[in-house]
Each structure stands twice: as structure tokens, then as C-alpha cells.
Write a protein of this length. Structure first.
Length: 343
């Protein structure tokens, strides 16, 4: 059984271990959103750490169609099918949802897990059409378990689909914190450029003016301009570089959920603004409200924003651990493994 991902120069194959059941992860991104890349990296770490009896095999999203019939041919009852997590369940990103439907409606006899997601079907014609397509596809799989990464998505999944739904943090929060001990200097704006963007440019301009010219200020996105493609071979070094960038900052101002997660991992003060449907806000409230160097705000008054930032920068770092909150996911996988072992 091959591992279906492609490096810039060569096709990389993973040698099958026929003595172990397989854990197939579909939809692994090659696009340059480092939040989604971090999710895929964390998913591999999670399965390999917690379930070493499984051989973990990744399929890049563009290879899903090629991989499906090959995996069908080799699939064993103990094997598990999964689709990568993130924030793209719904009708805002048709290509991801279409790929998810195809996988869910194909592998109906094995445990199938939709890894932690946020969900949003718009209340318009397209949203209703796409929701019905997803309901039809998901309904075909009696062994499909959906995982929500925030309470808003948990309730939406429960009311949208008939499949069981469980509740865990975003997978990146499974990763260990780092302490790179760099001297911090400057502020970094990590801001969206897509349809989910709602924070006003005037608010950003006011924050920049308030910060003044005494410190360096830069603006980036978690979606990289270079390279053009990321593979499981190259993503870890790029992720490490992202954490290093965050570790140099005095302050992160962002509307990207994973930029806040990177701030948590690196102990970097961070102020998170909202997106179009609240996925960052709700995930923050559910899992990270107790972390004292980060905060969420809808504030537009610059004086109040200034006080929030001063408060965050002054806070001491402390230990945190949300790994225990992945228990429901662990129970699903463990229960299936035990059931198949006894069959």
C-alpha cells in the first residue's frame, strides 16, 4: 500500500506493514495555509503517539480520487478511515466539502472519523443546496463519527446530521508548547485576506498608529506566499519557522484562529478578532479562555484595545494542558479497535 503524497522531485511511497491495521487520513492539504498544515502535522503526531499499533497513511487531497479505489482494494475490517480537520466544513469551501462527501459515502463499513472541524452552511440558496448534498452523503455511512472543535459547531452538527457527534479541541492544541527564549521585539499583524475577513481596516490602522514607530511592525498571513506547495516532507520545517517567527514577537494581532493557537504554543501575547461566522471566538471560549496571555475581542475603541494589549503583555506565562479533552476521540478509536480485535 502506497502513501499518496508527492514531493517536489519524487513520489514518496510508504512501505506497508501488513502486521498492523491502517489509519488512512484523507484530505491532507498541500496548499500553503500553515494552520491547516499544523492540523495535519498534529493529527499524525496524535495517532502515532496514542495508537502506535496503527500504521498512519496520509493522502493529499488532490490524490483522493486516485487513492479511493486502491484503498478499497486493500481495506481490512480493522482499518480506520478519517478526513482531516480544520475550519472548512460547509459551503464556503466547495472543493473540501465535495472531497469529504466522497470519502464518507464510499467507506461505509469501517469506522470513519471527520477530525475536529468548524461548520458553517450559509443561510442562502447555495448553503441550503450544499447542506442537502452533505446530509445525503453523510447519511450513507452508519459508521461515521463527526468531531466538532467548538461548541457552536457541535450544536450545528447535531442539528444538521444524523451521525454521532463528539467534542474535542482543535488538533493543533495536542502539540507541546515551545520555549525558544528569543528576545521579543515588535508587533505582528496576522490577518486574513479571504471571504471570512470582517475586522475593519480602520481598526487595524488605529492599532498601528497607537503602537507608534518605536517598535517594528509587520503584517503577514498564516497562508504563505512561498513555497507554492507543501508536502508531509516539508511541512514540519515550515511549521517550526512559523513558531520561531511568533516567538520573536511582543504582540500578535490577528483574526486567524490558528495564529492564536501558535501564540499559545509559543507563549506570545495575542489579541484575536472575529471572522465571518465566529469559529475563532467560540473555540477560544471553549478551550483557551483560561490562558492569560491571549484574549478575544470585538472591540473597536482604540483606548480599550490599548488597555487589553497592555494587560496581555504584562501577564505571566503558565502551564496549560488540554490533551485530556481529546478523551472522546480516544474512546471512539479505542472502542473500535477493541471491537474488531474481538470479532
Amino acid at each position: 500500500m502506497a502513501n499518496f503524497y508527492v514531493d517536489t522531485t519524487t513520489v514518496v511511497h510508504e512501505i506497508p506493514d501488513n502486521s498492523r491495521p491502517k489509519f488512512y487520513m484523507f484530505g491532507v492539504p498541500s496548499y500553503t495555509n500553515m494552520g491547516d498544515q499544523a492540523v495535519s502535522l498534529a493529527e499524525r503526531q496524535y495517532i502515532e503517539n496514542e495508537f502506535p499499533e496503527y500504521q498512519y497513511i496520509e493522502i493529499l487531497e488532490e490524490d483522493d480520487d486516485y487513492a479511493i479505489p486502491v484503498i478499497q482494494e486493500h481495506l481490512q475490517p480493522k482499518d480506520i478511515i478519517a478526513f482531516t480537520g480544520g475550519g472548512n466544513m460547509g459551503n464556503l469551501y466547495h472543493n473540501h466539502e465535495e472531497a469529504r462527501r466522497k470519502v464518507f459515502s464510499t467507506f461505509v463499513n469501517n469506522l470513519t472519523i471527520s477530525f475536529p472541524q468548524s461548520i458553517h452552511f450559509e443561510e442562502n440558496e447555495d448553503g441550503e443546496i450544499e447542506k442537502k448534498k452533505s446530509q445525503s452523503a453523510y447519511r450513507k455511512n452508519p459508521n461515521l463519527v463527526l468531531v466538532a472543535r467548538d461548541a457552536q459547531s457541535f450544536h450545528r452538527m447535531q442539528t444538521t446530521f444524523d451521525n454521532p457527534v463528539i467534542f474535542t479541541p482543535d488538533m493543533v492544541l495536542y502539540m507541546n508548547a515551545v520555549d525558544l527564549k528569543f528576545k521579543r521585539h515588535g508587533a505582528l499583524f496576522v490577518l486574513r485576506h479571504d471571504s471570512e475577513k470582517v475586522v475593519k481596516q480602520s481598526t487595524i490602522d488605529n492599532i498601528k498608529e497607537m503602537l507608534g514607530t518605536e517598535r517594528p511592525i509587520d503584517r503577514v498571513d498564516t497562508v504563505l506566499d512561498e513555497p507554492q506547495k507543501i508536502t508531509p516532507v516539508t511541512r514540519e520545517a515550515l511549521f517550526d519557522a512559523e513558531l520561531e517567527l511568533f516567538s520573536h514577537q511582543e504582540m500578535i494581532i490577528t483574526d486567524r484562529w490558528h495564529a492564536m493557537v501558535f501564540s499559545v504554543l509559543t507563549g506570545t501575547p495575542c489579541l484575536l478578532f472575529g471572522n465571518s461566522y465566529g469559529k475563532g471566538k467560540h473555540a477560544y471560549i471553549d478551550w483557551l479562555e483560561h490562558v492569560n496571555w491571549i484574549d478575544y475581542t470585538d472591540e473597536t475603541d482604540i483606548d480599550r484595545i490599548k488597555e487589553l494589549m497592555r494587560y496581555l503583555v504584562a501577564k505571566n506565562r503558565h502551564d496549560y494542558d488540554v490533551k485530556k479533552d481529546f478523551r472522546q476521540l480516544r474512546d471512539v478509536i479505542t472502542g473500535y479497535a477493541h471491537k474488531r480485535q474481538n470479532d
